[in-house]
Design a binder for this molecule. Sequence first.
Ligand SMILES: [Ca+2]
Ligand SMILES: [Ca+2]
Length: 113
Amino acid sequence: MLILTEVFYDTPGKDSEEEWIELYNPTTADLDSSGLILRDNFGNWTLPSDTVISANSTIIIARDRNGFLDLGYGLPPNISCMTLSLSNTGDVIELLDDDTIIDMVACSLGELY
Ligand SMILES: [Ca+2]
Ligand SMILES: [Ca+2]
């Protein structure tokens, strides 16, 4: 079980370098998340091999390491090769294991539901 906990789709600088998604593993076991798929309105992106999310922990999946660092959180992303382009005017993001939807979030006109 994994949860999409945060999506930053409309960033202060270049969205193509700064967008990121956070996944949370609320369970008490480490979770091998390799091969899971993030899908939005326009495409999908597969989590790299060797992606393990520790028990009760989050990971940050960013588009670009330097772009994420520029946001000033003071820590690097766990993964920095995400290729989804997150729309600022309405998008749906799903986390999938093959065809099974694990979690999803919809963002619309600046609000995250
Ligand atoms: Ca965006
Ligand atoms: Ca921006």
